[in-house]
Write a protein that binds this ligand. Sequence first.
Ligand code: PLP
Length: 405
Amino acid sequence: MVDYTRLYSKLAQSIKASEIRELLAIISKKKDVISLAGGIPDPNLFPREELAEIAKYVIESYGNIALQYGETKGIPEVRETICKFLEATKGIKCDPEHVVITTGSQSALDLVARTFIDQCDIVISENPTYLAAVGAFKNAGARFIGISLDDNGMKTEELEDKLRKLGEDERKKIKFIYTIPIAQNPAGVSMTIDRKKHLLEIASQYDLLIIEDDPYSFLVFEDGVDRATLKSMDREDRVVYLGTVSKILAPGLRVGWIVAPGDIARKIEMIKQYVDLHTSTLTQLVAAEAIKRGVVEKVVSRAVPTYKSKRDTMLKAIRDYFPDYTWYSKPIGGMFVFAYIYKTGFDAGKLLPKAIEEYKVAYVPGGSFHVDGTGKNSMRLSFSYPSHEQIEAGIARIGKLIKEA
Ligand SMILES: Cc1ncc(COP(=O)(O)O)c(C=O)c1O
């Protein structure tokens, strides 16, 4: 066997296969294991018939565009559709020239990382936060400052305090604040309007950029929750906004968008050119046509009650089966509950193989959502994909595992 390791880049040499991902791959083949692990939509919500009809229409009517290479930043009509959609649904005013269509918002995170981060630069984020954003930023060399969460989202007072105490040299290394303000992954919590205002004030005071990742704001279940995006409140062009059709149409389309101040949008476009030339022209047009025909509203009107009742089933099961030394988030939307088990030595990662093999249940250990090496005693529990029966049985099994651990 030829040894190629000497050829690998520093990134390839340092990147580690996640044991968890490998375990999750195993679970998908084990039919008797209930998985509360993957953050994937309920496939019953996919608008199959509408997308089949739209795909046919797009290829027949726009084949020369849909099957051809396109502009790196996205098809102009698609960018216009996204701007109209964001203005109508989120109150975000944007110029199609400041929009870059991306291959899902995961590629947007990677593009943001490539655009801003050098070795040892600092990213500020919620702690815990979305693990694949942590991965994308770390691959680019980022260090993190984590800000804790409560049921009202990122604790902005803590952010202000940490910034105040940070030395001038370190402060200069901060590239942006990454936040998921609405129905956060992994905790499902949202920032109050006061905290959002506070965050924007802090960004203004310290001259910081904010990356707002917003895949879940259509999936808010409660009336009293403030749904304003930071981007719609942004008066100083400090917010780069990331969106996606993954949770409101289908993740297989791989269509997302970045709305950024003009200079940033142009830089991102230049970088994207060498990553993938452009996002699929076919799925850009399918997504845009679905948005124009109101398919998103249809999906969302079914998704909200579906996920809300699954969340209720999960929260009731946690109350019934988890020990009282558990703290768990009360998601107002999204797809996840995040739980901490306050029992000395409890390590959700170490217990996962046993959970899968003996208890026939899977979750995502919470450590990888933490940016500071903490959180071994935590886990993310997803309610979007499993049935009500699987949620209840899965939580009962995890409850037993915790108590017997
Ligand atoms: C917070 C967050 N950002 C980004 C993504 C990536 O989404 P996609 O690439 O499917 O648009 C996800 C997916 O679960 C997510 O939860």
